[in-house]
Design a protein around this ligand. Structure first.
Ligand SMILES: Cc1cc2nc3c(=O)[nH]c(=O)nc-3n(C[C@H](O)[C@H](O)[C@H](O)COP(=O)(O)OP(=O)(O)OC[C@H]3O[C@@H](n4cnc5c(N)ncnc54)[C@H](O)[C@@H]3O)c2cc1C
Length: 490
């Protein structure tokens, strides 16, 4: 038995070229339609910047294909030249995953933005990977369906980036993350072949689930070009409540009560620390509905597709029981969609307003849900000892055990002096996470920012398996080198 030969024989000992050959742009231009290959500095700049200005890209060539065939041609030509490729979606990842070096080519998927098919009967949608997440949500809604992936950057992040970083967001509790929302993928491999795994099957047990290798691989194993996504019944009723709490363990009890009583209807359960809410109020003019301050808040959402109004009484009864049990100190239920939007804005406004409150050292961690109170207590004590006066801006998806444990500079401290402590404070927090068998990156991935820390915290056997997979699929390390596994790991 013999398999199809590789279109390109890749020397496994080869490593990416240290410079882009002078004639590569001309070869790409000859093989690709006009407008795909950008080399002028003014045309490239938008693809080289990064939201937090932690990095600056330098790729001398930016490619903007419109089809899978164009991606495959581009990859083949770059691979022949031994030049590494950095895939870029909406560039909202925040961990330096799309940063390019001067000897690399940047491949932007943004023009691959066609929604190819919505199949309401199969509850699926087939899309190109450059589709903006919000456009996918709208297309699902137009077909009376729901695509539940939802996150702050949805107006600009792309589904290919969501899949490559296995994005989470506010509805993971009920629907799972990007991985759980994907039925099929099409991927351009490092050797230029196209793997067509674009199946719209809800059941398929014919061997390894290869799609899961590419989901969460941050562009290091292949370039995702198309996907078949799962759709769900559209939500027609939504009840949102903001609860004031005295203690993280009360938040955990409330979550457990909500899930016990309302089951699948619990679509979101977001934790908001007192400081996080305070800066949102200060910088956005938004207002909490409570008279006094409380140590902690939980935003609870119940949603469903039934039209018989059962969710409102369910929310009321949940909160009544929580009051009686002393779990909730105060609570309001939104009386209208507008009010629900206002409550959600208090949560969604946190990342933006944090910038106005000063420098911020970020942690995107997860621990088992039941260990969140323990994590918050231990981390609170440890960061205060390590840097007296540091302000803890913790918020996030308690329902998934995922907390954005961000630290805002102490009052009066210089921003640059504070940010110089980034790695030291990361170690303080991440050591506690590791001690609780948690993850140092729950949502945003590893990119460049956390490549060193991955080596420190990940099990060596797991790292070895990851490297072997990488070597098998991309032997010369031409796809997004240096990201995730660091320069040493390719
Ligand atoms: C305000 C804000 C809120 C956010 N909230 C959340 C949240 O709640 N949950 C969450 O999970 N994330 C969140 N993020 C992070 C970010 O939005 C997600 O990681 C998003 O999924 C990235 O999508 P993107 O298209 O911007 O990807 P990019 O940043 O462009 O790329 C991310 C990684 O994927 C690779 N990549 C991109 N496209 C492809 C492709 N087609 N094939 C192969 N590799 C590819 C890139 O090389 C890079 O390594 C937030 C970000 C911001 C700015």
């Amino acid at each position: 038995m013999s398999g199809a030969p590789f279109p390109l024989a890749i020397d496994p000992a080869a490593r990416p070229a240290r410079s882009v050959p002078a004639d590569l742009a001309a070869r790409l231009r000859a093989a690709l339609p006009e407008g795909v290959v950008l080399t002028e500095e003014a045309d490239r700049t938008a693809y080289l910047v990064e939201e937090r200005s932690l990095y600056r890209g330098e790729a001398p060539i930016v490619l903007r294909p419109r089809s899978t065939e164009e991606v495959a041609t581009a990859v083949r030509l770059c691979t022949e030249a031994g030049v590494a490729i950095v895939p870029q979606g909406g560039n909202t990842g925040l961990v330096g995953g799309t940063v390019s070096a001067a000897h690399e080519v940047l491949l932007s998927l943004g023009r691959m933005n066609r929604i190819e098919e919505v199949d309401p009967l199969n509850f699926t949608m087939t899309v190109q990977s450059g589709c903006v997440l919000a456009d996918i949500q709208s297309a699902a809604e137009a077909a009376d369906r729901l695509f539940p992936l939802s996150l702050g950057a949805q107006g600009s992040c792309q589904i290919g980036g969501n899949l490559a970083s296995n994005a989470g967001g506010i509805n993971v509790l009920r629907y799972g993350n990007a991985r759980e929302l994907t039925l099929g993928l099409e991927v351009v491999l490092a050797d230029g072949r196209v793997w067509n795994g674009l199946r719209a099957l809800h059941k398929d047990n014919t061997g390894y689930a290869l799609k899961h290798l590419f989901i969460g691989s941050e562009g290091t194993l292949g370039i995702i070009t198309r996907a078949v996504l799962k759709l769900f019944p559209r939500l027609t009723d939504r009840q949102v409540a903001l609860c004031a709490l005295n203690d993280p363990s009360d938040a955990l009890t409330l979550l457990s009560m909500a899930r016990g009583r309302a089951g699948e209807a619990v679509t979101a359960f977001e934790l908001i620390s007192s400081f996080a809410l305070e800066i949102v109020e200060r910088h956005t003019g938004g207002q909490t509905p409570f008279a006094g301050r409380h140590p902690l808040y939980a935003l609870v959402e119940l949603a469903g597709s039934d039209r018989d109004g059962t969710l409102r009484p369910a929310m009321e009864s949940l909160l009544e029981s929580a009051f009686e049990a002393g779990v909730v100190a105060d609570a309001v239920i939104a009386e209208s969609l507008d009010q629900a939007g206002n409550l959600w804005r208090l949560r969604e406004g946190i990342p933006e307003t944090q910038k106005k409150a000063g420098g911020s050292i970020k942690h995107d961690i997860s621990v088992p849900v039941s260990r969140v109170p323990d994590f918050l207590r231990r981390a609170g004590e440890a960061v205060e000892t390590a840097m007296p006066g540091v302000r803890i801006c913790a918020f996030g998806h308690l329902g998934d055990g995922n907390i954005h444990y961000n630290l805002t500079q102490p009052e009066g401290m210089e921003k640059t002096a504070f940010l110089a402590q980034w790695e030291r404070m990361n170690a303080v927090v991440h050591d506690i996470v590791a001690g609780l068998s948690g993850s140092i990156s729950a949502e945003h991935g590893i990119g460049l920012l956390k490549a060193g820390e991955l080596l420190r915290y990940k099990d060596p056997v797991e790292m070895d398996l990851m490297r072997r997979l990488r070597d098998a699929l991309d032997p010369a390390h031409l796809l997004n080198p240096g990201k995730m596994m660091g320069r040493g790991g390719g």
